[in-house]
Design a protein around this ligand. Structure first.
Ligand SMILES: Cc1cc2nc3c(=O)[nH]c(=O)nc-3n(C[C@H](O)[C@H](O)[C@H](O)COP(=O)(O)OP(=O)(O)OC[C@H]3O[C@@H](n4cnc5c(N)ncnc54)[C@H](O)[C@@H]3O)c2cc1C
Length: 258
């Protein structure tokens, strides 16, 4: 299965900011090398540094933003790993492996439609900026369950963002798959960049196919090593099984066997 895993660098990083953003937590840490190398859509394997081995394995988190030599991650606390990361405070240290994965391909031209669902929006801020810097007209559709998560849309600073919540507590009520076909018709020949839960990505892939649009999707498979060694994160594609961590996490939507 593919090449041997690429050795990635392990970094010991001091936390310089930790603050709530609705029900998520934004953590910034100093990581000069990661900040210099990371591309939109790449991820890091992150765990709290120190003597505790609980949890033993680091967790994959997207690179949310980069500011000089600071790297930012946006955390949704859902279990042991993410809760321990969300409880870190200024001065604590993180163990960070990365940047990892392929990231989004930015070689296209023309308009771009970013589609983010829930915490899947986390790595899309860096992408929105990179697309804007390339002079591409970019619009973002962000969907969340409720307002507590949707306030994270404020992190997309100067981007053109439309927010949807399932309960209507912020933005428009509904799923982002609903306005997608109309958006694609309006933004002629837009390329889609999506990250979110599998059902959302599958809906994006279907709509892209029906509308003749090309789409790149970032999948959130469970990962143990993050570097292609354990093969615990394989996903089924039309080309056989591929590792989400080292062959992805970004794939052309039509390659995945939904
Ligand atoms: C490439 C990539 C980028 C990611 N980026 C971010 C990010 O920027 N911010 C963020 O908060 N999370 C992100 N995630 C998801 C995050 O890695 C998981 O939520 C985390 O590993 C869960 O670990 P835990 O110990 O907190 O929870 P666990 O106790 O391991 O799991 C808690 C619950 O979450 C479910 N779960 C665990 N991992 C995943 C997953 N990958 N996808 C869907 N459900 C899962 C479990 O089935 C369980 O129900 C990303 C995942 C990937 C693969």
């Amino acid at each position: 299965m593919g090449d041997l895993p690429i050795p990635a660098s392990l970094h010991d990083c001091p936390v310089v900011e930790s603050r709530p953003v609705g029900s998520y937590r934004l953590v910034s840490f100093v990581a000069r090398e990661v900040a210099a190398l990371a591309r939109p859509g790449q991820f890091l394997m992150v765990r709290a540094a120190g003597y505790s081995l609980d949890p033993l394995l680091p967790r994959p988190l997207g690179v949310h933003d980069i500011d000089s030599d600071l790297v930012k991650i946006l955390i949704e606390p859902v279990g042991r790993g993410t809760m321990s990361l969300a409880s870190l405070r200024v001065g604590d240290r993180l163990s960070v492996l990365g940047p990892l994965g392929n990231g989004f391909s930015l070689t296209g031209a023309g308009p771009a439609l970013i589609v983010g669902g829930g915490i899947g929006a986390a790595p899309l801020t860096l992408l929105a900026r990179a697309l804007a810097e390339r002079g591409r007209h970019t619009e973002c559709l962000l969907g969340f369950k409720t307002r507590g998560q949707a306030v994270a849309a404020e992190l997309f600073r100067n981007a053109d963002v439309e927010v949807f919540t399932e309960d209507g507590s912020m933005g428009s009520e509904g799923l982002i798959s609903e306005p997608l076909p109309e958006c694609l018709r309006r933004m002629e020949a837009a390329e889609i960049f999506a990250c979110g839960p599998d059902p959302m990505l599958a809906a994006v892939a279907r709509t892209a196919r029906d509308c003749g649009a090309s789409a790149q999707v970032s999948v959130a498979a469970h990962m143990a090593c993050g570097v292609g060694a354990c093969q615990g994160c394989v996903i089924k594609t039309r080309d056989g099984y591929r590792r989400a961590c080292s062959d992805g996490p970004v794939f052309p939507a039509e390659e995945i066997a939904w």
